[in-house]
Design a protein around this ligand. Structure first.
Ligand code: PLP
Length: 378
């Protein structure tokens, strides 16, 4: 099996696997229990919080554990109506933001969805014009999951805070954390969502950074865990594994980036050598290394995906979450791409465990698919 869908999820790193196994096997105590065995679990939780905070420039008490990126995003958006009455987000967010935001709009709250240009970039002017001047929520993703576009979050957050210092800025950094340097203080943001399975950690665990002083309401009520903000017995093994995964990715970021960059260049060089006509959707100046949304001229994206699948190679069309639906990608549509262009597009996302051999095998089958298509058309 060759895995080129690293924006959908990632293989766990050895550091994350070791941590998960070790804690699951030996440290299963409930962190809320008062005896020593429980207190040890609590220590692991706080150690994890410290590691994660250190990786993103936050304070440990600003990290709240959640079950995934979707939960972190929902926590923020579902505050509309209690913390703020209006909000701004973008048309290219993940559905974990878009759907709760649409729900809030349907309830009558003033929600604006900013459009993007052909490179998936949000315009600063559009944001300026959309701000009402009242305290509100603005949520813009750091790195897009379909085309890898990286927004200038620092600049956007500054615009929002200058307009009204009580407005809060949230970023969905699910695709960015563990892959590019992120420092919440430097970005000047108030909230940030992350998910472990996107940075070689386990599935079903994530976190929400909430800057000290932001008065968010509790998301899940019950036993009072996470300072009464998110009740539920903590998944200590996954939390510790997430912390170790993030630490490992951050420590190896330079080398992994170089590796992925080389594979990306190699892939593009091989496509050119085979005379395959393609266009990368989005602009490489602001695109995450390793996320390639590519339109192959005169080829059907879904057909290519199926052909590669027959040879045990995993890629995707649109985002992982809507790969089974008939809908065209809302991101590519917002970028103004034509239907035929979208239909010939696939997402190939390269990760730290891919090899040159993987790239060669994939290009071999893409070439075969191109040849078969030409033959069928002639
Ligand atoms: N936000 C972005 C940008 C994503 O790419 C994803 C997952 O694809 C999510 C949120 C949801 O994260 P999770 O799978 O942890 O719920």
């Amino acid at each position: 099996m060759i895995y080129f869908d690293n924006a959908a999820t990632t293989a766990m790193s050895e550091a994350a696997l070791d941590a998960l196994m070790e804690v699951s096997r030996n440290q299963y105590g409930n962190p809320s229990s008062v005896y020593g065995f429980g207190r040890k679990s609590k220590d692991l939780l706080e150690q994890s919080r410290k590691i994660i905070a250190g990786c993103i420039g936050a304070e440990p008490e600003e990290i709240f554990f959640t079950s995934c990126g979707t939960e972190s995003d929902n926590w923020v958006i579902r505050q509309i109506g209690s913390v703020w009455n209006s909000a701004i987000t973008t048309a290219v967010e993940h559905h974990a933001i878009l759907y709760p935001a649409e729900e809030k709009a349907a309830e009558g709250y003033n929600i604006r969805f900013l459009t993007v240009d052909e490179n998936c970039m949000v315009s600063e002017d559009a944001l300026q014009n959309a701000l009402t001047g009242a305290p509100e929520l603005v949520s813009v993703m750091l790195q897009n999951n379909e085309v890898g576009a990286i927004q200038d979050i620092k600049r956007l957050a500054k615009i929002v805070h200058e307009r009204n210092e009580k407005s809060l800025f949230h970023t969905d950094a699910v695709q960015a954390i563990g892959h590019i340097p992120v420092n919440v203080k430097d970005l000047g943001i108030d909230m940030l969502s992350a998910s472990a399975h996107k940075f070689n950690g386990p599935k079903g665990i994530g976190f929400l950074y909430i800057r000290k002083g932001c008065n968010l309401k509790a998301f899940i009520l019950g036993g009072g865990q996470e300072k009464k903000m998110r009740s539920g017995t903590e998944n200590v093994a996954s939390i510790y594994s997430m912390a170790k995964a993030l630490e490992d990715n951050v420590n190896n970021m330079g080398t992994v980036h170089e590796h992925v960059y080389k594979l990306e260049k190699y892939f593009i060089a091989l496509l050119k050598r085979e005379g395959i006509q393609f266009r990368i959707n989005g602009n490489s100046d602001n695109r995450a290394t390793g996320i390639l949304n590519i339109a192959f001229e005169n080829l059907d994206g879904e057909g290519l995906l199926n052909m590669l699948d027959m040879h045990d190679i995993c890629i995707s069309i649109g985002s992982a979450c809507n790969s089974k639906s008939q809908d065209r990608s809302h991101v590519l549509q917002a970028m103004g791409l034509s239907e035929s262009h979208i239909d010939s597009s696939v997402r190939i996302s390269i990760g730290r465990f891919n090899t040159e051999k993987d790239v060669e095998t994939m290009v071999k089958w893409i070439t075969k698919y191109r040849d078969i298509t030409i033959l069928a058309d002639s």
